[in-house]
Design a protein around this ligand. Structure first.
Ligand SMILES: NC(=O)c1ccc[n+]([C@@H]2O[C@H](COP(=O)([O-])OP(=O)(O)OC[C@H]3O[C@@H](n4cnc5c(N)ncnc54)[C@H](O)[C@@H]3O)[C@@H](O)[C@H]2O)c1
Ligand SMILES: [Zn+2]
Length: 491
């Protein structure tokens, strides 16, 4: 199905009435799904759109839930905390209460959680229909679930929706973004009616250290930013990483909203809840997992991003397409020129697809154990090349492009990557002006840096290979073997 709307909720929450009302409101067919047929219904591409009321049981399986979130818009109906108010005393009652708690958490993983109110059913249906139309991406993170909106010119509206009702906002941005877009941001914030305290950081990775946090906290304290305030981050990945971390620790945690202004900020830094600053040479060494309350990707901002930064981010986009979206890969091949020109309609599609892939992978692998490692494609050698150049020679994205090229060659040599797949990816990277040819000396030196923390003989590294576009494979390689093969690659 191309555009399903799922209505979920615990028993007796009113989800049937809401589903019926939205179906009437939009003129769409109403279906019912249970654990046995939810997947089949979602995969039914013949049907353009429908409202599907989903059984509670079907929603408890996390895997099914994440996949459903990936393919549809989901509205969850809340009915209080779902139990009768008795305090559990016996073992069984405790077990039931715990089960209920897990179940209620699962109902917070949705694009929107609504309170059922028969009096207001019409206006709730209207809001739900509008959300369905807008089609944001939901990130499943238990009670800290949130949505990523992608569009053009959406900053003002989303700013209002996500920040209205606040008395104080702490706006964090950087000097480049402030010079180019400060007026627009100020107007959008002013429209919320909140008082704002603005911190303008210097631009660039050099700002990602503890000293910058201390400056932010100084201004937060002077400006009366307390637990009821929100932090608003407007900038690239550096700003969102710093602001997110400030939000995680100031007053033991504030709400924060991200407005990423670079392509990397939108496709990569906006999903996953990782926030951090660097410590000396160690990148992202001090940080926390702290989910934003909302992420708004307005492709308007991309128009002013520098060419080098923009094309570097395209390396991550190519990586994401290989890992989880072959259609995106084909789009990049066919629409290369328009993407290089940053055409808004296309960029909305590209950003939304990347966010979906990352949301799906991160959602299925909450604790960063296995699946999430596929996102490291191109990064094992890429990181080493980046470090070898002293973090100044190559941008991160350029190093990833080189790392991806090396992973393809290595995969070819080991019989994992077909030659035509490798050639296809290299051609695409080249078309975006990304580097794929490495100097022998660079590669040899970088090879020595791979897993430099693992000195023991026989230690292994996890390496991601490309099997075809849309499928990667993770293998453990003995470090010395990897180094040996890398040496022969550079010949
Ligand atoms: N948290 C995560 O999961 C995650 C994921 C990927 C990357 N990151 C982090 O993101 C950072 C890199 O992100 P980045 O590439 O956005 O870097 P950045 O924030 O330094 O931005 C790059 C440059 O572009 C400027 N800029 C930003 N938006 C602009 C705009 N709209 N127009 C003109 N100039 C603009 C900035 O001032 C800066 O000079 C790294 O620190 C990296 O660690 C984090
Ligand atoms: Zn990366």
């Amino acid at each position: 199905m191309t555009r399903p709307l799922l209505v979920v909720g615990p028993p007796h929450s009113g989800k049937t009435e809401l589903a019926e009302s939205v179906a009437r409101h939009t003129g769409c067919e109403l279906l019912h799904a249970d654990a046995a047929n939810l997947d089949t219904q979602l995969a039914d591409t013949a049907r353009p759109a429908a409202v599907i009321e989903v059984d509670s049981d079907a929603w408890l399986d996390r895997r099914a839930r994440v996949l459903a979130l990936d393919r549809s818009v989901v509205v969850s109906v809340r009915n209080g905390d779902g139990h009768d108010g008795t305090i559990p005393t016996s073992h069984e009652q405790f077990a039931t209460a715990a089960l209920w708690k897990n179940a209620t958490t699962s109902f917070t993983e949705a694009h929107k959680v609504v309170d059922f109110d028969r009096e207001e059913l019409t206006s709730i249906s209207g809001e739900v229909a509008a959300l369905w139309q807008r089609c944001p991406v939901a990130i499943a993170a238990g009670e800290r679930s949130y949505v990523v909106d992608v569009g053009q010119g959406i900053t003002e509206q989303c700013c209002l929706e996500s920040l209205i009702g606040h008395t104080t906002l702490l706006l964090i941005t950087d000097s480049n973004v402030d010079k180019l877009h400060g007026t627009r941001v100020a107007e959008a914030i002013q429209a919320t009616g909140a008082r704002s305290v603005k911190v303008v950081l210097g631009a660039g990775e050099e700002q990602k250290h503890l000293g910058t946090l201390s400056e932010i906290f100084d201004q937060a304290q002077r400006g009366g930013v307390d637990r009821s305030s929100s932090i608003v981050a407007v900038g690239g990945g550096v700003v969102t990483d710093i602001a997110g971390f400030a939000a995680a620790v100031w007053m033991r945690g504030l709400r924060w909203v991200a407005f990423p202004t670079t392509l990397l900020g939108m496709v990569d830094a906006s999903v996953g809840g990782k926030t951090a600053v660097d410590f000396g040479e160690a990148k992202n060494a001090v940080g926390a997992f702290w989910q934003p309350s909302a992420v708004i990707c307005d492709v308007d901002w991309l128009r002013t991003e520098s060419d080098r930064n923009y094309s570097s981010a395209l390396a991550e986009v190519v990586k994401t397409a290989i890992v989880g979206d072959p259609e995106l890969f084909a789009l990049l091949e066919n629409e290369g020129n328009s993407i290089a020109r940053r055409e808004p309609e296309l960029m909305i599609d590209v950003v939304r697809r990347c966010v979906r892939v990352k949301a799906r992978i991160v959602g299925l692998d909450e604790r960063e154990s296995g699946l999430r490692a596929v996102l490291n494609l191109g990064h094992t050698i890429g990181h080493a090349l980046e470090a070898k150049g002293g973090f100044g020679h190559w941008t991160h994205g350029e190093a990833v492009s080189l790392g991806l090229a090396a992973a393809l060659k290595l995969g070819e040599q080991l019989g994992i990557t077909p030659s035509d797949t490798a050639a296809r990816v290299l051609k695409l990277l080249r078309s975006f002006g990304l580097p794929v040819d490495f100097e022998r000396s660079d590669l040899t030196a970088a090879t020595e840096l791979i897993g430099h923390d693992k000195k023991r003989a026989g230690s292994k590294v996890r390496f991601v290979f490309v099997k075809r576009v849309g499928e990667v494979s993770i293998q453990w390689l003995v470090l010395e073997d990897l180094r040996e093969t890398m040496r022969t690659l550079a010949d």
